[in-house]
Design a protein around this ligand. Structure first.
Ligand code: NAG
Ligand code: NAG
Ligand code: NAG
Ligand code: NAG
Length: 476
């Protein structure tokens, strides 16, 4: 039954868009400052672990300690025992990317010291607190040739303001030795290693996560949604807009839709972490694809009509309305072939989602040898109201019939007044067709989300030509 995917399209929105022709996207993901702050907070947990990986070299040398002559010293086995990142922020830098700053960070290093002079060997432990570490790194946002988002570090710098050391044992001059001979080297070594660890976490953790964006999402045997980025994300003072193509296409032969995405002017809302603007273009490319694939056809037969109904699909029932039917084809079952005359289009306006599909109904009598005898052809001008909601990261929809007007296009059973069929047609459309369509729309379509992201606190609003979904995100 083609309607299964056929009508799916109506709401197959879950996606997002961006059009090559006009440059307008079919889908926009807007990340607000609140969203960036949340992402940074999660990122700091990763960076903190990364900084534990820093390997510090041993420091050794000789030192003249007067009466004792020259001593050989060594500071070794240095390991990081604590990393704290108490203060950080990320700021969008319009047209450039993001600037990430960390200040007042603290790293504690534990290690061993030993000194040798003549026949004497002494050793012990030490503990170094590296204080007031500030790190600043630029993040350049882009997109690769597959349309996936990219992120790359730039201009990383690191500064350490203070190093405190505590040594076990009783050798007073060892602390001086550390400050005079080792501290600046250690500080240099640390400053040189922090940026590589920061950039390493960006390229080995953050980039692969962003690249999990599903740029092509298969919907069914006929279609898939293209979620690829139409270009690098646009960075504004208060948010980042990621423009996606947001277009349905036929898996077996992709063609360019005969229409372009409309302009979407997003409201300056910032209460939630992320907003998804879904253009009516997305839905309409779905309508185009399914219509073009010949999938928007539904054959209604008597076994689909509820048993208790008084409107069974047979020539005796219809003979009550149009007597010539039962005279010409006594006691036969009937079949209605319901199809769309052209690709259905969703119209999104503030407060209203409507579809006005034009449909055809061809009625047949099923002859004893199973061949079909045409009875009449109707044209339906319908008005359908659509509702959308979000359910576990998916956009779900439902349709409700607002009104149907029918016209007789052709009769093979002599003239009759089409008005006698209006109750029957309304009944078949609202009691058999729409429930089946709604069953499909209930499955929903996934939003283009990177892995491990769950959305909560959904709000939905309708604007001229698009739907806006707002949500908070959780990384799991
Ligand atoms: C619907 O019925 C027509 C006429 O019998 C047939 O050609 C067509 O294949 C059927 N389509 C579906 C989807 O069952
Ligand atoms: C035709 O439908 C009516 C109800 O609409 C039912 O009473 C009757 O038995 C059906 N006839 C056939 C031949 O199925
Ligand atoms: C929404 O559509 C319905 C039915 O077409 C119409 O009666 C109503 O006035 C519309 N509401 C708005 C806000 O446009
Ligand atoms: C089925 O029966 C009708 C009427 O009896 C006849 O015109 C038609 O040719 C038959 N079709 C087939 C495939 O036998």
């Amino acid at each position: 039954m083609n309607i299964a995917y056929g009508l799916t399209f109506l709401f197959s929105m879950a996606a997002f868009v961006g059009a090559t022709d006009t440059g307008n996207p079919g889908f926009v993901v807007r990340l607000t400052q609140k969203g960036l702050d949340y992402a940074l907070q999660e990122g700091m947990i990763v960076l903190q672990q990364q900084l534990f990986q820093i390997q510090l070299p041993d420091f050794s040398g000789t030192y003249d300690v007067g009466v004792l002559g020259k001593v050989k010293y060594r500071f070794s086995s240095m390991t990081i025992s604590s990393v704290q990142l108490p203060s950080y922020q990320v700021i969008p830098v319009p047209d450039k990317g993001l600037k990430l700053s960390i200040s007042g960070a603290f790293i504690q290093v534990d290690g061993r010291w030993d000194v040798r002079y003549s026949f004497i060997h002494e050793d012990g432990s030490f503990n170094i607190k590296v204080l007031g570490i500030s790190i600043s790194v630029g993040l350049i946002l882009g997109s690769d040739e597959s349309g996936r988002p990219t992120i790359a570090p730039s201009d990383c710098s690191c500064h350490i303001s203070n190093v405190e050391v505590h040594m076990s044992g009783t050798i007073g001059w060892l602390v001086d030795l550390f400050h005079n001979n080792v501290e600046s080297e250690l500080r240099q070594s640390m400053e040189n290693k922090i940026c590589p660890e920061v950039t390493q976490s960006i390229s080995s953790k953050l980039l692969p996560l962003l690249q999990t964006l599903p740029v092509t999402t298969k919907i069914d045997q006929i279609s898939a949604i293209d979620y690829s980025l139409t270009g690098p994300p646009s960075v504004m003072a208060n948010w980042i807009d990621v423009l996606l193509k947001g277009e349905f296409f036929d898996i077996s032969h992709r063609t360019t839709p005969p229409f372009s995405p409309p302009v979407m002017s997003l409201p300056p809302e910032q209460d939630l972490m992320v907003y998804f603007a879904v253009s009516e273009y997305l839905f309409n490319t779905a309508g185009f694809v399914y219509q073009d694939a010949g999938a928007l056809v539904f054959n209604l037969t008597d076994d689909m009509i509820p048993k208790e109904s008084s409107m069974h699909l047979n020539t005796s029932s219809f003979g009550i309305l149009i007597p010539s039917i039962s005279k010409m084809y006594p006691n036969m079952l009937m079949k209605l072939k319901i199809s769309t005359a052209s690709a259905p289009a969703l119209n999104i306006k503030p407060g209203n989602l409507t579809l006005s599909p034009v449909g055809n109904i061809q009625a047949y009598a099923i002859l004893p040898n199973s061949s079909l005898a045409p009875l009449f052809l109707l044209q339906l001008n319908t008005n359908v109201l659509a509702k959308v909601a979000v359910n576990s990261g998916k956009i779900v929809g439902s349709l409700e019939l607002d009104k149907v007007e029918i016209q007789l296009v052709q009769s093979d059973v002599g003239p009759f007044s089409v008005s006698v069929l209006s109750i029957a047609v309304n009944y078949y459309v609202s009691a058999t067709l729409l429930p089946r369509v709604n069953e499909i729309l209930k499955n929903g379509y996934p939003l283009p989300l990177i892995e491990h992201i769950q959305l909560t606190d959904f709000v939905i609003q309708t604007y001229e030509h698009y739907l806006l979904f707002g949500a908070n995100a959780h990384y799991e």
